[in-house]
Write a protein that binds this ligand. Sequence first.
Ligand SMILES: C[S@@+](CC[C@H](N)C(=O)[O-])C[C@H]1O[C@@H](n2cnc3c(N)ncnc32)[C@H](O)[C@@H]1O
Ligand code: SF4
Length: 390
Amino acid sequence: METKNIGIYVHIPFCKRKCRYCDFKSYEDKEELIENYIKYLKYELAQVGDGNSMDSKEGYDKLAIVNTIYIGGGTPSFIDSKYIVEIINTIKEHYTLNTCVEITIEVNPGTVTREKLQDYIKCGINRLSIGLQSTKESLLKQLGRIHSLEEFEQTYQMAREVGFKNINIDLMIGLPNQTLEDVIDSINKVLKYNAEHVSVYSLIVEENTPLYDDIQSKKLILPEEDVERSMYYKVKEMLEENGYIHYEISNFAKPNFESKHNLACWNQEEYIGIGVSAHSYTNNVRYSNIDSIEEYIKNFETNNEIDNFIFHEKQNKESQMQEYMLLGLRKLKGVQIQNFKNKFGENPIYLYHKELEKLAKQDLIEVDGDNIRLTKKGLDFANLVWEEFV
Ligand SMILES: C[S@@+](CC[C@H](N)C(=O)[O-])C[C@H]1O[C@@H](n2cnc3c(N)ncnc32)[C@H](O)[C@@H]1O
Ligand code: SF4
């Protein structure tokens, strides 16, 4: 039997303080739930790993090999590192790990100590993702970040000193009051730090965030679209000139440092999400866990854990192929025709000739040898491309 490769995502929904733009599932005022939450997170990990849960019934294969583990949030570095060690140990106990498994943890300056970083590295975590967002103090304040640039630099330096050799830095562009010069300054500093990976996200103004209200009331003004685009292209130019590969719309990496976890998602590989609101994809089924931490815990306590499970869809071949296109076109390499043929036994050029011709006429995609990919214009109007594949 062919062995499957999977990724594991573990969600830690706690933050010291909620940032003004963020609508990820995270709480700033529920520290009293941490201990119980971790208890049931480990229980869920064990149940799935041993093949005893709904997730398993939906197709998790006990023989699967874990290629990547991603501990995200929220702010995983906010909680005591003993919990992170326990999570990793539970995974090691109940799953089979690839010998070169990539294990990432998201950390936030202002919540990290040398001891925490040492605990991470000792238990096998080999990749850090640090949220910086901007190097300008006034922008960090405006975003509601809890840290200064100096605290970021201390965290980064400590991470290097304890031995992390694979570090990602998250940045944001298109922020109110952010200028092109601010972005250039951020990139120059990131180049000086010499991180292996840089993610640069264009701000999404999410409803129900304080930032949304500030923009609605015109207290804050977003930069014009052409300014935001010039920020994006400046980032791309500066990082590429300095040896980074632009491999996905928002992601840049030194050669061989692409995030294996994210690449697997864009290649439509399987993953299991553990914890509140975590999403999973196994055996062509997309499902997620319930959105409320109180209910997540209560359902375990009352043996109703089945209620934590929310079914989204079972894909047929057609929706699987469409989604493969949509996810694959996020990568700068695009969709490789041969890979598509190997996976589905069909040629995407014929299958989607109407959509592809239309998009090519609009100069949004191009076919180059084995690759169907976004053009430069397609990078700016990727939404128009996705629309053809939903
Ligand atoms: C899930 S967050 C968690 C990482 C970590 N807690 C932090 O804040 O640094 C991952 C990244 O998503 C990005 N992000 C969060 N909200 C966003 C938004 N509304 N628009 C664009 N990027 C966002 C930020 O760059 C953040 O670092
Ligand atoms: S620290 Fe990260 S997850 Fe927490 S609120 Fe800020 S952006 Fe969101």
